[in-house]
Ligand binder design. Structure first.
Ligand SMILES: *Cc1c(COP(=O)(O)O)cnc(C)c1O
Length: 526
């Protein structure tokens, strides 16, 4: 009997994603999009939805990040053994790539919810002796290689995935393409290929004149192709929906704002008090509405425990001497220019005046191997660390992953986010922070436009829709000096009230249980 026997009777929603981040031991993710996919699958399991996910094996992962003392990033492949965690299916399928038949196999991982739901996740893999050397490595590296590697991966995932689902005996009632979600609303966020490359790789799956009607006359625009072949299209936050709508005026674009999986992204210390005062919260995050039932001293004590754990960890891995009593700011995200990791340092003199002895800052984040400006950004943070020595403590934790993310979002006091508007389609790490009673201090972009209430759930930086480094930095310094530092050191009661609001307003709403219920009612059963 196939390991899937129990799962093939009910028609499913099939969820396709280039990356899925379920746990660090399965390193087939690079960042936000993959973690969102993992959280989606986990909520689907908790809610017992008829759901199946398909992704690529990424045998070498994204990469392990090593940073030397000058801030220079080196990338290492991650070698992991799928057979320790997954079952290999006996079924195999072929896809045609550049006229060759490429054999694809599937590994199956089951995401099991304590509520009884089980979701199979299919990892497609071309590492088979029947394949040529160049085809064997097609599912090795996430976002590695060139354009041609990318389009071949899309053939393996898209065509290979559909064929594999059929071969395994599944009936599919809807396809959800997280693949074509442009999670960053800029031109470069849309995959485009020349017809020359496309025809070379793709051969004659379908006639070029039809392709041109669906994907564009000049290039194969994958976003356009997605629009033309979908019944329902959505942005991942209200603003993202609006911005995408203005880029593609001919299509109706809805929005379903992202969330995070509450249980995954709540620290052990917070879980304990949630279990005590808000039983049932993990499968019904609406229960966070009763956050006021948690006594102030207990919520503070839980936070302090997480903070202590984080500071000990950071000191041990980065050789700094951070302390638990200082207001701690966290900033961890993909190291890429638009996220402006260096905005905090726009005016060093002013920062020193406001922050010396009062704040410390912890950074983490990987730069894509080909993103030179992103790598430079990491180096500049290291240079600033040395420059600020003796005044403001700064550390950079290498190899940002899920485990480190949870430590950070639960152990810092505030979560800083400074993207150029409107490039942060949603952002999710701030939602993780909110689950741990950590307030956001962020530019009004992505989800924060919907989650922000000034001095209540957190603080905004700058004006909506205006991008001026100087204005943003000025506002950042002003609020740090006049609101955040005074509240943290002199008005603990107000601070704890805000922590509760982060949970009761932000975590209450920005979770994948709410998100999945909306996908079901607005997209899947239409
Ligand atoms: C949550 C998460 C992200 C995405 O965070 P953003 O705020 O969307 O940038 C990236 N990497 C890891 C490891 C995460 O846990």
């Amino acid at each position: 009997m196939s390991v899937l026997e129990k799962h093939i009777h009910e028609p499913k929603i099939a969820y396709f994603s280039m990356e899925i981040g379920l746990r660090d031991e399965i390193p087939t993710f690079s960042g936000g999009l993959g973690i969102l996919a993992g959280d989606t699958v986990k909520s689907a399991a908790d809610l017992n939805l008829p759901f199946i996910a398909v992704t690529l094996m990424s045998r070498k992962g994204y990469f392990r990040q090593e940073i030397d003392n000058e801030g220079h990033q080196t990338e290492h492949p991650i070698n992991w053994d799928p057979s320790k965690l997954m079952k290999r299916a006996a079924e195999q399928v072929f896809v045609s790539i550049e006229g060759r038949n490429v054999l694809v196999q599937a590994w199956i991982y089951f995401v099991e919810s304590p509520r009884g739901g089980i979701i199979p996740v299919i990892y497609l893999d071309t590492n088979l002796p029947e394949n040529s050397a160049e085809d064997k490595i097609l599912t090795d590296q996430l976002y590695g290689g060139d354009e041609s590697y990318r389009i071949k991966q899309e053939v393996v995932l898209g065509i290979g995935g559909v064929r594999m689902l059929r071969k395994l005996g599944f009936q599919i009632k809807k396809y959800h393409m997280n693949v074509f979600t442009t999670h960053t609303p800029v031109e470069a966020g849309h995959d485009k290929f020349t017809y020359e490359l496309f025809n070379k790789v793709f051969g004659n799956y379908f006639p070029e004149n039809i392709m041109k009607k669906l994907a564009g006359e000049k290039n194969v625009n994958m976003t356009l192709l997605g629009f033309n072949l979908s019944n329902f299209v959505n942005g991942v936050a209200k603003k993202h929906g609006e911005v995408s709508q203005s880029m593609f005026p001919g299509y109706q674009i809805n929005s379903i704002t992202n969330g995070v999986h509450s249980y995954t992204w709540t620290s052990e210390n917070m879980k304990n008090i949630f279990d005590k005062y808000l039983p049932g919260w993990a499968n019904e995050p609406e229960i966070f509405v009763r956050v006021g039932a948690i006594p102030d001293d207990e919520i503070w004590a839980a936070h302090l425990k997480s903070k202590k754990e984080l500071i000990e960890y950071v000191n041990s891995v980065s050789g700094t001497d951070m302390d638990v009593d200082t207001l701690t700011i966290g900033f961890a995200r993909r190291a890429t220019a638009y996220k402006r990791a260096d905005l905090l340092f726009t005016d060093l003199e002013r920062l020193e005046k406001i922050g010396t002895g009062r704040i410390q800052v912890i950074y983490a984040g990987k730069a894509h191997p080909k993103d030179e400006p992103g790598k430079k950004l990491i180096k500049s943070i290291f240079a600033l660390r040395d420059k600020l020595k003796g005044k403001i403590k700064l550390s950079f934790v290498e190899n940002y992953n899920m485990n480190i993310a949870l430590k950070l979002v639960s152990g810092v006091d505030i979560w800083l986010n400074t993207p150029l508007r409107p490039l942060e389609a949603s952002g999710t790490s701030g939602m993780k922070a909110a689950h741990n009673g950590v307030m956001n201090f962020s530019v009004l972009d992505g989800w924060w436009i919907e989650g922000h209430i000034e001095d209540f759930t957190g603080w905004a930086i700058g004006e909506p829709d205006k991008n001026m480094n100087k204005i943003d930095a000025d506002d950042l310094y002003h609020k740090l000096e006049n609101k955040i530092i005074p509240a943290y050191y002199n008005d603990r009661k107000h601070w704890i009230r805000m922590m509760q609001n982060a949970i009761g307003k932000n975590a209450y709403y920005f979770n994948t249980h709410r998100m999945m219920r909306r996908y079901v009612t607005e997209a899947y059963i239409r």
